[in-house]
Design a binder for this molecule. Structure first.
Ligand code: PEP
Ligand code: MN
Length: 376
């Protein structure tokens, strides 16, 4: 696949109204009045595209599953009366046909559809011979190949006006995010397919209003092209995703605060490249620290377990095994095993310290705890 940066539908939108590309509108179209009211406010904000879900894929049945076909007519009204371009989610060939009948400008494929190659292929087949831009959300699970595969299926049906939407990945682990971002996946996608516009959906990543601005800024700093933000005239009353929707006024405030950095390299090209790399290093370091925090939480649990069973902290066989295996893993991953061994000495010291503190908690005779890692 090859994507051009110029003369595409999305580059046209950007040229017309500037960066970042802003897609906004309610999670779901709920009533004609709600759709028109939101669209009028968003037209004032000069958003590039108006979004609204008509068919809503929900985790559990009996949740609000969208207004269906009648909602498409409301989007048609937004288009005709307000001159806003409109987009909606399609999950089946029938959705595609109905959306095209109403001349919906852009279609998107949702995260629950991207995971299923049969469903994506069905949509691709329905798109053959049609010229409509399509945005593909990442699959629910953190699988870059599956995301690329979905984009390829649409591309091979002849659609070259494509964009990718990063909406985060579902995780069983507790997290402040509704869907963890795993930034390295979209970054890898962007590195592989330069020219493919990348849009962040901070509403579905964060799952809460207060995360929308920081997530959008982070994405723009990573070179994303746009944002998709769920907007509702009365978010608390929304029939779906109430906690993450913002009012048009709140959207205006978020957009006003966003800092858009230069994308075009001038004479400072080398400096800019270094900046890009540093931002990616920040992301990797965030991941390292997150992994360390998870490891320390497990260490705490094993400390409690040893205490309960009256077992000593240091288990030499395990200690040796850790050093051997981690050094091997490092070699397999193509990094210096000696460096990883050094790192594990520090990690292990901290793990022993933490477990010792647990075993000795409440013991008045215990040696005062010493933070062996603090240098003075
Ligand atoms: C949506 O955009 O409203 C939606 C259903 O998103 P996702 O497919 O990312 O869950
Ligand atoms: Mn939603």
């Amino acid at each position: 696949m090859k994507f051009s940066k110029k003369d595409t539908y999305f580059s046209g939108l950007l040229a017309e109204r500037g960066r970042p590309l802003v897609i906004a509108g309610p999670c779901s179209a709920e009533s004609e009045k709600q759709v028109m009211q939101t669209a009028e406010a968003l037209q004032q904000l000069k958003v590039h595209l108006f979004r609204a879900g008509i068919w809503k894929p929900r985790s559990r049945p009996n949740s609000f599953e969208g207004v269906g076909l009648q909602g498409l007519a409301w989007l048609g009204r937004v288009k005709r009366e307000l001159g806003l371009r409109v987009t909606t989610e399609v999950a089946t060939a029938r959705h595609v046909e109905e959306a095209l009948k109403q001349e919906i400008d852009v279609l998107w494929i949702g995260a629950r559809t991207t995971v299923n190659p049969f469903a994506v292929q069905e949509i691709a087949d329905a798109l053959r011979g049609v010229q409509v831009p399509v945005m593909v959300k990442n699959p629910v699970n953190p699988d870059l190949a599956l995301w690329i595969g979905a984009i390829e299926r649409i591309y091979h049906a002849g659609i070259t006006d494509l964009a990718a939407i990063h909406r985060g990945f579902s995780s069983y682990q507790k997290s402040k995010y509704r869907n963890v971002p795993v930034w390295q996946i979209p970054i890898e996608l962007k590195a592989k397919f330069q020219g493919l516009p990348l849009i962040v959906d901070p509403s579905h990543i964060g799952g809460s209003r207060d995360l929308i601005h920081p997530l959008s800024q982070r994405a723009l700093d990573l070179g994303y092209d746009g944002v998709m933000i769920e907007t509702h005239p009365n978010p608390e009353e929304a029939l779906s995703d109430a906690e993450q929707q913002v009012t048009p006024a709140a959207l205006a405030a978020i957009l006003g605060k966003l800092q858009v950095r230069k994308t075009n390299y001038d004479d400072a090209e080398l400096v800019n490249r270094a900046e890009e790399l540093r931002l990616q290093i920040d992301v990797a370091d965030h991941d390292i620290i997150g992994a360390l925090a998870r490891r320390m939480a497990l260490v705490e649990q094993i400390g409690e377990y040893k205490k309960l069973n009256n077992v000593q902290v240091l288990q030499l066989e395990r200690w040796k095994e850790i050093f051997r295996t981690r050094a091997d893993w490092a070699s397999e991953a193509g990094i210096n095993p000696a460096f990883v061994e050094e790192l594990y000495k520090l990690i292990h010291v901290e793990s022993i310290r933490e477990q010792t503190a647990i075993l000795q908690a409440g013991n008045p005779e215990a040696e005062p705890e010493e933070d062996t890692l603090t240098t003075k």
